[in-house]
Design a protein around this ligand. Structure first.
Ligand code: IPM
Ligand code: MG
Length: 367
């Protein structure tokens, strides 16, 4: 079997330590499943600023473009907070997304049974939850022009950004959402603010157009304020949610907390498929770099491990192996191991390393 080329970008804070746990699984895959990954590493974010003065170098970008898939840890931290906007660690992440054309961000929010009590919401509200947020990732207000901070002749300062979407941008993300829904419960809720914003009136109309190609999928629309309320009131009403870049940023953090911890949530960012069906792709945990616990072996590696599972599924069509990794994570949780962020009474608190080792042990039991 051909070797799969992976680029590891551990980044900052807890990034390197959670990524190290994925290496264990990669080794296991080679040994037990005969699936080989050729892993190279690069710098991004603060780590790249420290070494090269910029959050994303041309070399790292070129390596990312060449790789079959990229796995990213996390970027940012107080050390770099006061740098000018254009060289902040976050620009590295945004640059990768934009340059690689990763327009489709998949953020599943799944509640593992063992963690249904770790959520701040009532057990019955979240138990069994399985929703997929599809966030547009390379357009909208994050990238729209014009943008800036100007000083007017009278000294008044003006800050502005532009929320802009074109019909092809909306149509391609809508397709991703409908395709995913076809493999799930066949329901898509498109989230907009069409009662106020023209760009999202267009969004709604274009989603409606694409829907005509998917008669088997039920489409609904919701304003974003209502959607945020419904997510905490009754999240199980949703199957696939599709929305703009900024609304998706906000709603996915909200959905993350339904699951008990940001430390559990993986994500995939996908580009357009070429004629061979291959897409550029980057996988990353939804959580940040958690500088307060970095380097202490305390972080939860499960979101990164689950991101790797998404990689197996979406970049390499290794669905069975993705299932194995997800099952191993579930078994570890059922066995009572917890990192600090998901700690519950009566459970065993373990380190990042022990959690990673435990996932490999469960994998061993599964094959
Ligand atoms: C996310 C993050 C990023 C975003 C930041 C770090 C730029 O919040 O991936 O959700 O806003 O997209
Ligand atoms: Mg965010």
């Amino acid at each position: 079997m051909a070797t799969n080329k992976l680029l590891f970008l551990p980044g900052d804070g807890i990034g390197p330590e959670v990524m190290a746990q994925v290496m264990r699984i990669i080794e296991w895959m080679a040994k037990k499943r005969g699936i080989n990954f050729d892993v190279t590493s690069g710098l991004v974010g603060g780590a790249s600023i420290d070494a090269h003065g910029v959050p994303l170098t041309d070399e790292t970008l070129a390596a990312a473009m060449e790789a079959d898939a990229v796995l990213l840890g996390a970027v940012g931290g107080p050390k770099w907070d006061n740098l000018p906007f254009d060289v902040k660690p976050e620009r590295g992440l945004l640059g990768l997304r934009k340059e690689m054309g990763l327009f489709a961000n998949l953020r599943p929010a799944v509640v593992f049974d063992a963690l249904a009590d770790a959520s701040t919401l009532k057990h019955e509200v979240v138990a069994g939850l399985d929703i997929m947020i599809v966030r547009e990732l390379t357009g909208g207000i994050y990238f729209g022009q014009p943008r800036g901070i100007d000083t007017l002749p009278d000294g008044t300062r003006k800050g502005y950004n532009t929320l802009v979407y074109t019909s092809p941008e909306v149509q391609r993300i809508a397709k991703v959402a409908f395709d995913l829904a076809m493999k799930r419960n066949k329901r898509v809720c498109s989230v907009d603010k069409a009662n106020v914003l023209e760009s999202t009136i267009l969004w709604r109309e274009e989603v409606e157009k694409v829907h005509k190609e998917y008669p088997g999928v039920e489409l609904s629309h919701m304003y974003v304020d209502n959607a945020s309320m419904q997510l905490v009131r009754n999240p199980k009403q949703f199957d696939v949610m599709v929305t703009t870049n900024m609304f998706g940023d906000i709603l996915s953090d909200c959905a993350a907390m339904l699951t008990g911890s940001l430390g559990m949530l993986p994500s995939a960012s996908l580009g357009a498929a070429d004629d061979k069906g291959k897409r550029r792709a980057m996988y990353e945990p939804v959580h940040g770099s958690a500088p307060d616990i970095a380097g202490k072996d305390l972080a939860n590696p499960l979101a990164t491990i689950l991101s790797f599972a998404m990689m197996l599924r979406y970049s390499f069509n290794l669905d069975q192996d993705a299932d194995l990794v997800e099952k191993a994570v579930e078994n570890v949780l059922n066995g009572g191991l917890r990192t600090g962020d998901i700690m519950q009474p009566g459970k065993a608190k373990v380190s990042t390393t022990v959690m990673g080792e435990a996932v490999v042990r469960e994998l061993d039991k599964l094959v």
